[in-house]
Design a protein around this ligand. Structure first.
Ligand code: SF4
Length: 540
């Protein structure tokens, strides 16, 4: 029960209840806030919410998808909170955010947030809330100054970008003495990881109990945010971490989801499977998120089939061995064939593969190799339903491929795969090239993009809407904000240059003042090795 004077808080999710409640990240933040007596938290989704507070102290939002930025603004408007942090006064709530998108590159959304939490919530949320409680009576500007002293807490309004005469970013520096020059992402190193706090039939995966089996991934595929941004690879122990977390949920439901970037890489995963093979779990349905193809065993196929899974998901990235070397995917073609064979022998009926087009150095022959691999797999494992989900490479901050642009050839290559695979009965699930372009615009831009995001609200569900918003801001037609900072009055970052250009390693990056797990010099070394030789390097 919240105590009198508790911080009146709204935790929002930029989608419907059904989607939001299926986000383990959202659930965990909500549970952490709800457990504190000094916080009175209500939830808000785009289609429903708890009864609102009359006045708010805190408004939080977790963002895991770049394109959800405009939804944040719509949620702020619904709560009558000024959109731009500079327009908020002493009586307005502190708007805070976290999640992978904001941790990677918060800059395009920075002018809307008072506080961005960089890293793992287990550490950051308590430190942030304690610091806020200690200064809650102070004027807003002073509260923000105090919060900026907490490790991992980034207060964008206390940092200002400098641009050169040609619009190039020269640096982002503190605006006052005493504010740290850089902010480092915080890493939770405890023995437990997260699991569901809410199990509901209304979730997108009805009544599922989700357990995080691993955090990060040691494979270091050169484009992968899920690996590079969350290093080091962490695994809770079976007896003190995973089994108690699974047991807790299975007291309430018979549906279990094992989550993580690469769950089968948990060193005790085989033991966990063996434990789930017990007769007492006869009526339990177990699903796993994507697994590393090289770790698929006949046992995995058999137990998943027995526990109600119909298919297995593996990411191959490309059918070309050369491309897999370039991206550091340590996976031989034989291992892909073996994974399909084991899945079928175990009793699974489908195999979902994930790949990418438009990767750096990719040629049309590499895409043909992907089509050829799928066709050969179909021949080698008749009766196994194959599907290929394929996306366009999008550069992400804090990864070795952050300097690479989106390649326009990707659009044609998605079509090439469709031409080769569809007539042969292989299901192709391509992600739209156009949306990948918008994603790249957001993932590599700086604060000058904020007015575009503001102008996109109400029309962000169509590609044309984003393009119109960009053109409107370029033409100076964006809405006025009373105390808009200088950088948000500049033209937006140049479209072609941000989305498609290969950037020089000397370039000042919009996220340069925010420290990820690996220093830029290491990322550059990984990038150079990948592009020069295509030879995998040792795990960091
Ligand atoms: S194996 Fe998957 S999760 Fe791991 S680094 Fe590669 S793409 Fe990322």
């Amino acid at each position: 029960m919240p105590q009198p004077g508790a911080l009146r808080t709204v935790l929002a999710f930029p989608s419907t209840y059904s989607v939001g409640i299926t986000s383990l990240g959202f659930q965990v933040v909500w549970a952490t806030l709800a457990q504190r007596a000094d916080v009175d938290v209500r939830r808000l989704f785009t289609d429903q919410g708890d009864p609102p507070h009359r006045r708010l102290d805190l408004f939080g939002l977790s963002l895991s998808w770049e394109l959800d930025g405009p939804v944040l603004l719509e949620l702020l408007e619904r709560q009558r909170i000024p959109l731009w942090s500079h327009d908020r006064g002493d009586g307005d709530p502190i708007v805070f955010g976290g999640g992978p998108v904001l941790t990677a590159n918060p800059e395009p959304l920075a002018p809307f947030f008072d506080v961005v939490l960089l890293g793992d919530g287990e550490l950051l949320l308590p430190a942030f809330l304690d610091a806020l409680q200690a200064c809650r009576e102070a004027p807003r500007a002073e509260r923000l100054r105090q919060l900026a002293q907490v490790p991992g807490v980034y207060v964008p309004s206390l940092y200002a970008p400098r641009y050169g005469s040609e619009g190039q970013l020269l640096g982002i520096e503190p605006t006052e003495p005493g504010i740290p020059a850089t902010v480092a992402k915080q890493t939770w190193r405890g023995n437990t990881l997260s699991h569901s706090a809410v199990i509901t039939p209304a979730a997108a995966w009805p009544s599922i109990h989700m357990v995080e089996v691993v955090r990060s991934c040691p494979e270091l595929c050169r484009f992968c945010l899920a690996s590079y941004l969350t290093l080091p690879f962490r695994t809770p122990s079976l007896d003190d971490g995973l089994i108690p977390a699974v047991e807790k949920g299975l007291a309430a439901t018979r549906r279990l989801g094992l989550l993580g970037a690469s769950v089968t890489q948990h060193p005790q995963f085989a033991e966990l499977l063996g434990w789930l093979d017990q007769d007492r779990f006869e009526d339990t349905r177990v699903s796993v998120s994507s697994v590393r193809a090289a770790t698929v065993t006949p046992e995995l196929g058999r137990i998943l089939a027995k526990r109600g899974s119909r298919s297995l998901t593996i990411a191959i990235e490309s059918g070309s061995e050369r491309m897999r070397q370039v991206v550091n995917k340590k996976l031989a073609s034989e291992e892909i064939y073996a994974a399909a064979r084991y899945a079928k022998e175990g009793g699974l009926t489908g195999l979902k593969l994930y790949g990418m087009v438009g990767l750096p150095t990719e040629e049309e022959a590499d895409v043909e190799a992907t089509a050829a691999l799928l066709l050969a797999l179909k021949k080698a494992t008749p009766g196994l339903r194959l599907s290929l989900g394929v996306s366009t490479f999008v550069p992400k901050a804090h990864t070795p491929f952050q300097w690479q642009g989106v390649r326009p050839e990707a659009d044609k290559r998605l079509k090439l795969l469709a031409k080769r695979l569809k007539p042969k009965g292989i299901e192709l699930r391509p992600e739209s090239y156009g949306w990948s372009v918008i994603q790249a615009l957001i993932s590599r831009s700086d604060r000058r993009l904020a007015p575009v995001i503001a102008a996109a609200r109400g029309r962000h569900e169509s590609l044309g809407g984003w393009k119109q918003a960009y053109r409107a801001v370029l033409a100076g037609e964006h809405e006025a904000a009373p105390s808009r900072t200088a950088d948000t009055q500049l033209p937006p970052p140049p479209w072609e240059e941000v989305i498609h250009a290969t950037w020089s390693p000397e370039r000042v990056l919009p996220w340069q003042h925010l420290e990820g797990p690996l220093p830029p010099a290491t990322l550059l070394k990984h990038a150079q090795e990948a592009l020069a030789a295509g030879v995998p390097t040792a795990v960091a």
